[in-house]
Design a protein around this ligand. Sequence first.
Ligand SMILES: NC(=O)c1ccc[n+]([C@@H]2O[C@H](COP(=O)([O-])OP(=O)(O)OC[C@H]3O[C@@H](n4cnc5c(N)ncnc54)[C@H](O)[C@@H]3O)[C@@H](O)[C@H]2O)c1
Length: 430
Amino acid sequence: MIYQDLINKEAKLAVIGLGYVGLPIALEFARDVKVIGFDISKERVEMMKNHIDPSEELPKEAFDGCDIEFSADVEDLTDANFFVVAVPTPINESKLPNLGPVLSASRTVGKVLKKGDYVIYESTVYPGCTEEDCIPVLEEMSGLKFGKDFKVGYSPERINPGDKKHTIRTIHKIVAGCDEESLEEIAKVYELVVDAGVHRAATIKVAEAAKIIENTQRDVNIALINELSIIFGKMGINTYDVLEAAGTKWNFLKFQPGLVGGHCIGVDPYYLTHKAKQLGYHAKIINSGRYVNDSMGFYVGKQTIKKMIANGTHSPEAKVLVMGATFKENVSDIRNSKVVDVVNELESFGVQVDVVDPHANSDQVYHEYGFKLAEKVGDGYAAVIVAVNHEEYANLNEDYFKSIMVDKAVFVDLKGIFRDKIKDLQYWSL
Ligand SMILES: NC(=O)c1ccc[n+]([C@@H]2O[C@H](COP(=O)([O-])OP(=O)(O)OC[C@H]3O[C@@H](n4cnc5c(N)ncnc54)[C@H](O)[C@@H]3O)[C@@H](O)[C@H]2O)c1
């Protein structure tokens, strides 16, 4: 039995794709079983061999006491028996699922798959992807028969970048197998690393659907609050004041307005709508939510310019400071950051924009978006936009902002963190 073989160290567990999801789970497993950490990026593998997390989430000590070998060589996977696939599942420019990495990882695993092996997918996918898209690749590459020769499971990841409280060990994990025996074996393997316990889902499709609706639900709810914020903006009332008041009711859901970026909430719903469309249903609420959230960056840029024009501070020489470039607070990840939409919209009105961020890497920003971060905060800004709620910004006060802004400047506080602190500047939040 695979669980017993793993804990006796007679079998090896391999994690394919060592990013935000793959590396933490590989290191946790490596406290109990023999692990091979595999990634196609040789550069990332070298960093991990030197106990550096390329995603900058884990400290060096996280590698201590782990029975793990890192490799970018498929040959090293030949003696693994329990494969965990945690590669990215992005969307393409037309916002359709890009299954390239997950199919390529399936080809890699298929090449080394043996009788009795297990393959567990952790990547977020639409219901049906594991069975309809990935298993045929495993069968074709290995020449083995699914169910008879090898088993497949699905266990979605729920970790939240930058969140030190909700970690692999403390988050309840969903697991699914392809039959009763595999479900039990997979559950026991994950129970080794998940103290909070595992939920045994009825089928692989159920587990896939559960994950995708967690993020779809968040996306739609945030879209509703973003839409309300547009309406309240027209009414001249502050959304955060309204939410604070409404939040005193026991069953009011506590969502906030904001830019929805990153590679989960803003991406996963497209996997679901794509599958729904294939099945002949055009999802309306989910697509509307996506439309609203995807438009917020442009909305913020436009509102800022409107206020600058009204104040007489808009000119070709006008400068705007954007504080925060990452897709969320206290992380370094800038991929799919909607702050870039704010910047593009501002620049389209002919103003100069400085972007600063204590967490983001300027070269990465340049590589993704074609502009560099400003080395330091300047002065004479006609508007300052605090776009991301980084902890470094929490202690800034109105005197500081006044010192870097012109008269009649606009202060835009997307997350409402300075709501009670700004008295003299023209204040606007979502
Ligand atoms: N980041 C999160 O917080 C989070 C949370 C829950 C679920 N997820 C899901 O987990 C999956 C992985 O996301 P991530 O954030 O860890 O991605 P990531 O971009 O941080 O890392 C992916 C890693 O996989 C490697 N890789 C890409 N293609 C590969 C291949 N064919 N073979 C081997 N390695 C390959 C990359 O080099 C990289 O190191 C996605 O489906 C994502 O939606 C992510």
